[in-house]
Design a protein around this ligand. Sequence first.
Ligand code: COA
Ligand code: MG
Length: 286
Amino acid sequence: MIRSYLFVPGDDLKKLDRSQSSPADALIYDLEDSVGPDRKEAARTIVRDHIRARGAGGHHRTVRVNSFATGLTAGDLAVVMQAAPDSILLPKCEGQAELDRLGHMLDVLEAREGIAAGRTRILALVTETAPAVLVAASTRLTHPRLAALTWGAEDLSADIGAVAKTGPDGVLDDTFRYARVVCLLSASAAGVTPLDTVYADFRDLKGFEEECVTAKRMGFLSKMAIHPAQVEPINRIFSPSPAELDWARKVVDAFARAGNGGVTQMDGKMLDKPHLKLAQRLLGTA
Ligand code: COA
Ligand code: MG
């Protein structure tokens, strides 16, 4: 189970080097927004060579390519697929046609590189523009390669012209809360992992932990980090706690004892099918 994804700018040799010892479950090598226009080409080969040099094992390795609107996506893939990353993160995804298009490109590149067909997973950022949010809210995105859906607030605020994402109290404005919920429900509908977005104020670890706790309560299973210091809190908060595992085991036991698969009780509280489902999900047996 992947809990933490650490973003690493794809042209930054120092951070690439440092990322190797991160306790993050996954690394996202970024070719998109953290790389300047004149470094786009260099970043492709730097990321490819970095992944190759590390070989298999260790972190799950994903590459965030540039969006289809930039015209750079095919060129990014043609280079980085030479190193067989575990997945591709598609930014500014505006619907099913883009997932299908990426899937077809990966079909061809896997064949070219001798990679097992279908091995490369897709992750998608589905709330970065206004049309993207509306599409994700109204269609059921799906793809055999799809592993996770995530959302972004920075690009969405730029797209709609919001001058800030939160009020003075730090609570997300409705637009962004909506985008977050759309991501969560879309991921659930697609049967893939919901992945919560980044927290830009990387010196504010208290605010970051609060955001992790909220995300976990909502049903997110993982979160993206932009700074190494954010990884440990993600791993801690998104791992099931001993108390949660204990509760889940007791619920499963209670149903086994009741033997009827329907309703039962534990410590004076009603338990029915949704509780069993949640417990099995926590135990990874759903
Ligand atoms: N991955 C790997 N190493 C990182 C890192 C990252 N994302 N962010 C910081 N580091 C390293 C720094 O290089 C520094 O290393 P050092 O101790 O060897 O000098 C150390 O961690 C401490 O970093 P710090 O000085 O606190 O931050 P910074 O000013 O160097 O960097 C950011 C701040 C925000 C620029 C940086 O964290 C970053 O580039 N994050 C990723 C941005 C990104 O990918 N954005 C796109 C997705 S939204
Ligand atoms: Mg962006």
